[in-house]
Design a protein around this ligand. Structure first.
Ligand code: ADP
Ligand code: ASP
Ligand code: MG
Length: 441
């Protein structure tokens, strides 16, 4: 059994839906299809959630309606499809009238993107001879109640998958959305459809998980930044996990864990060029180059915490991390000296694990330390093998970086990554330089 996930651009237009449906039809082992919202829709819904002006709201709603109708109007059975679409669309409108202050409201709002796209795609699949059942992901994807970034409950998902997904049949379902024990709609964080697909693959015991996207696999770096970047034929789970954690948007950072647990093979490929080999993510790769890829994560914040009391004191680090943990702030890099600690936080708007550095946290930290916040930084991660060894890439890399303002370096903690923090404006140039010098042959 194959679980196939199609991202936003792969279902963003009628033509894209046609291409994706053809892929599904070409191999009947593709029995569980997971799709995202049409591209741009989740961004629109996020914008809608904070838009108070009614004219601007109507504008956004108009854009969402128009995007979906332009697909529907090219489908065969339009009447039934329009009816189903407008059912979801008016639910969305109605939901906006209940602007709640609690976080639950937003997750339900965001879920309409995937609900609408699956309504249409099930019909497109049908037109390609694939008789798929529309499955409400919320019946299977059970999560905790952390709205906006819910944690899946693996045992419940397995149990529910047994109840709702029967072998021999084909299903179409939504990525990104789930529900908690009370039946409230939850979401898995931005870009979470990859993660959903992997959780589904684990739950049904799939052999393969396919991630169909707009690029022909996992590249040596984001091809939007470096046009010379090329697809990697084979990459290990460990390397790919680091690549996604450090900003390789092609996979949501949590995607690989369920696949590893379930022994599921993963392939990343392009829905507009399905015959290209794509990337296979495997346990052990044949080749283990020191440097395989480069990731870039923008909108990083550096928090420097100084405590005069830290000198020869114990418990300061524990106190600091306890405070951050209480506010659910996840820390990425850490560097410490006798009297200060520097931490990086992912503050990007679309980050899967976005951190909000509220006044409340700063105030609490301010009670026992002096805190300096620096914004507009970017984190660059080199991904590869045995990167912790100083005899490898470290020397030539730091020489190449001589001219740049490198704020923090993390070297030695992982064999699969070496990362450093730089100024936002210099980041893309550095990625291009490092790619040219160390990856392009
Ligand atoms: P989808 O909607 O299919 O989930 P995304 O936009 O989330 O697609 O992810 C695909 C995008 O990820 C690519 O268009 C590319 O710009 C970006 N990307 C970043 N790093 C990489 C990388 N190392 N390899 C491939 N794509 C990458
Ligand atoms: N539609 C969701 C988002 O844009 C999930 C996804 O695309 O993976 O974040
Ligand atoms: Mg994505």
């Amino acid at each position: 059994m194959i679980v196939s996930k199609f991202g936003g651009t792969s279902v963003g237009t009628f033509e894209a839906m046609q291409r994706s449906a053809k892929i599904v039809a070409a191999d009947r082992n593709r029995q569980l299809i997971v799709i995202s919202a049409t591209s741009g829709t989740t961004n629109d819904l996020v914008a809608l959630s904070s838009e108070k002006d009614s004219t601007s709201r109507e504008e956004i709603l108009g854009r969402i309606e128009e995007r979906h109708l332009s697909i529907i109007e090219k489908c065969k059975e339009q009447d039934q499809l329009k009816k189903e679409f407008f059912e979801e669309f008016s639910n969305l409108r109605e939901h906006l009238d209940f602007v709640g202050r609690d976080k639950r409201w937003k997750d339900t709002l965001y879920s309409f993107g995937e609900l609408m796209s699956t309504r249409i795609f099930v019909q497109v699949l049908n037109e390609h001879g694939v008789d798929a059942d529309w499955l409400d992901a919320r019946q299977v994807m059970k999560t905790d109640s952390t709205f906006g970034n819910a944690d899946p409950i693996i045992t419940s998902i397995k149990k529910k998958a047994e109840d709702h997904i029967k072998s021999g049949k084909t299903y179409l379902t939504q990525g990104f959305i789930g529900s908690d024990v009370f039946g409230n709609t939850t979401t898995l964080g931005r870009g979470g459809s990859d993660f959903s697909a992997s959780l589904f693959a684990e739950a049904v015991g799939a052999d393969t998980l396919e991630i169909w996207t707009d690029v022909a696999g996992v590249y040596t770096t984001d091809p939007r930044i470096v046009p010379e970047a090329h697809p990697i034929q084979e990459i290990s789970f460990d390397e790919a996990a680091e690549l996604s954690v450090f900003g390789g948007k092609v996979l949501h950072p949590a995607t690989l864990k369920p696949a590893i647990r379930g022994g599921v093979n993963v392939r990343v490929a392009s829905s507009s060029d399905p015959d290209a080999p794509g990337t296979y993510i495997v346990k052990e790769t044949e080749e283990k180059p020191t440097l395989r890829a480069i990731s870039l994560r923008k909108d990083q914040t550096l928090l420097t915490v100084n405590s005069l009391e830290m000198l020869h004191q114990h418990g300061f680090l524990a106190h600091l991390f306890k405070t951050l943990a209480e506010h659910k702030i996840s820390v990425d890099l850490v560097s410490t000296s006798e009297v200060s600690v520097a931490l990086t936080l992912d503050t990007a708007v679309n980050a899967a694990n976005k951190v909000e550095l509220t006044d409340e946290v700063l105030e609490e930290l301010g009670r026992f330390a002096e805190v300096i916040v620096e914004k507009d930084l970017a984190l660059i991660a080199l991904i590869g093998n045995d990167l912790q060894k100083t005899s490898g890439i470290g020397g030539p890399l730091f020489t190449a970086l001589e001219k740049f303002n490198v704020r923090l370096i993390c070297h030695g903690a992982s064999p699969n990554n070496l990362c450093f923090l730089v100024d936002h404006e210099e980041a893309e140039g550095i990625v291009q330089m490092v790619h040219k010098k160390f990856i392009e042959k």
